[in-house]
Design a protein around this ligand. Structure first.
Ligand SMILES: NC(=O)c1ccc[n+]([C@@H]2O[C@H](COP(=O)([O-])OP(=O)(O)OC[C@H]3O[C@@H](n4cnc5c(N)ncnc54)[C@H](O)[C@@H]3O)[C@@H](O)[C@H]2O)c1
Length: 320
């Protein structure tokens, strides 16, 4: 499904027209025009006129990033496979999830493109980027978020399953960055955020291949920061720990990790025990959305090549 319903927008022209309309209303109602101007400055949002391209955004963390950025005024491009991959043992997002996500983003008052595509397909991402730029005029924020997981001992995974995790998580991240680089360089600005993981900071005996891809994403974030920094493009990695999404809250994962009580409540309680510090267990995706918002904001313009752990205190026990 490729969404064709969003009309190409000349953002600057639209702003002028809206400004003219606002001034007309102000005069008709007898409000001094300076007051009207102040009002529009007060309602202006941080990311008005910006565009965010987010992979794996039909649900979960990617969708939460979309909600937070849209809530701050950014137009959104949702890019998601919205279909099952045979070797993945839990359900991925569906076409309905993607359509529903688009509706929810539009209800926040911004424009949204929903594009069904696979991050393993560089051409599909390039086409989506071209459509993003022709529709919205720029590409400001790229959230490299699409990912899958598998659970178990390293030696039990078959080749196809290993290849899929490598191809989606790491290959997909590489292809996404390859597909956006020319546009960001041309603009001489942009923010790229890669979704790594706590398993990209420490090893994991139960998520070994997944963990390897998440370590790889940190290397990719740092290399990208080095390669694109001179063009005023930042690149950072974010490491969530245990977040309440369908990546973990599904029968396949819960049965493997907590066979005696395969529930999200048990998983979350385990996370709370593991952290020792802040009194939280598994947390909500919006916490990652807020971190991504910061990395897109003016306040973080000099932060690049860094790794942001949203560990709720977990990392306090690690060496610096
Ligand atoms: N949930 C957690 O606790 C957690 C922790 C650390 C890191 N992460 C990372 O956060 C990211 C988002 O995960 P989530 O928890 O929201 O999971 P999720 O399964 O809810 O969302 C992942 C999304 O990616 C999409 N997707 C999968 N393969 C794709 C492909 N080949 N092309 C395009 N889209 C694809 C899925 O359809 C889904 O909508 C992942 O990279 C994951 O590894 C999650």
């Amino acid at each position: 499904m490729t969404d064709e319903t969003v009309q190409p927008a000349d953002v600057s022209r639209r702003k002028i027209l809206l400004g003219t309309a606002a001034a007309g209303v102000a005069l008709a109602g007898g409000i001094p025009s300076a007051m009207a101007a102040n009002k529009s400055a007060a309602t202006r949002k941080e990311f008005d006129g910006k565009t965010a391209f987010i992979t794996g955004s039909a649900r979960g963390i990617g969708f939460a990033c979309a909600q937070v950025l849209a809530g701050n005024g950014a137009n959104i491009v949702l890019f998601d496979i919205a279909a099952q991959i045979e070797t993945v043992k839990y359900p991925l997002a569906t076409v309905d999830d993607l359509a529903n996500a688009r509706q929810q983003i539009e209800s926040l008052g911004v424009k949204c493109l929903a594009i069904q595509g696979d991050v393993r397909d560089r051409k599909a991402i390039e086409n989506a980027v071209a459509k993003t730029v022709s529709t919205f005029g720029s590409l400001d924020f790229v959230v490299v978020n699409a990912g899958i997981t598998q659970v178990g001992r390293l030696e039990m995974f078959d080749d196809a399953s290993v290849d899929t995790v490598l191809d989606v998580n790491l290959g997909g991240a590489i292809k996404t960055i390859q597909a956006v680089t020319a546009q960001l360089r041309k603009q001489k600005r942009g923010r790229i955020i890669l979704m790594s993981s706590v398993t990209g900071r420490a090893g994991s005996s139960v998520f070994p291949v997944y963990s390897a891809t998440k370590w790889g994403m940190i290397g990719l974030a740092k290399s990208t920061a080095l390669a694109l920094g001179k063009d005023n493009i930042t690149c950072n990695a974010v490491c969530p720990t245990i977040v309440h999404t369908k990546l973990l809250d599904n029968e396949y994962i819960l049965k493997a990790l907590i066979p005696q009580n395969p529930t999200w409540a048990a998983m979350s309680a385990g996370a709370k025990q593991m952290r020792h510090i802040l009194p939280v267990g598994g947390y909500e995706p919006v916490h990652i959305g807020n971190t991504v918002r910061f990395l897109c904001s003016a306040e973080s313009e000099l932060i690049s090549g860094d790794v942001f752990d949203v560990g709720a205190g977990l990392n306090a026990q690690w060496p610096a």
